[in-house]
Design a protein around this ligand. Sequence first.
Ligand code: ZN
Length: 174
Amino acid sequence: MPYIREIIHDGHPTLRKVAKKVDPKEIHDPLFQQLIDDMFETMYAAPGVGLAAPQVNVSKRLFVMDVQDDEHEPAVVINPKVELAQDEVEMTEGCLSVPGYVGEITRFDHVAITGLDRHGQKIRLEGRGLFAQCLQHEIDHLNGVLYVDRAKNVRIPETEEEQQIADAAQAEAS
Ligand code: ZN
């Protein structure tokens, strides 16, 4: 049975480490599969649209996401590699590991990545907007980067929409 893991917050050293590449042989380990199930459970309970393994204090290159639109299925990405990033835009963003704040960050609106899924099969994900933002945000976590490092005007939410972003109620981002 999956269980909800504790999400660690900014200030915890694990969030600042460059996470280790996952050995493909490890993917089939029941403990690794349990970690994936737990990460989905934790993300949905938060609620958020993405969660990287370092946020549950596991320094491995793995994240889960579900932007809950008609176009994209829930995804597990292991050892992601960015293949395409274009069209810079400014986006409002929050993070489950920096609760209660939002800020403006420049990201790419169109991103494609490759990696492995939970069966160890090669996958490619491509998208725009929130989907692209979420991919970049989660990959940053694997590199020890938090959005507040680069964001402008990090603040306590001023509008209801910003509050939802900060609560990650609709998203890690919007
Ligand atoms: Zn985050």
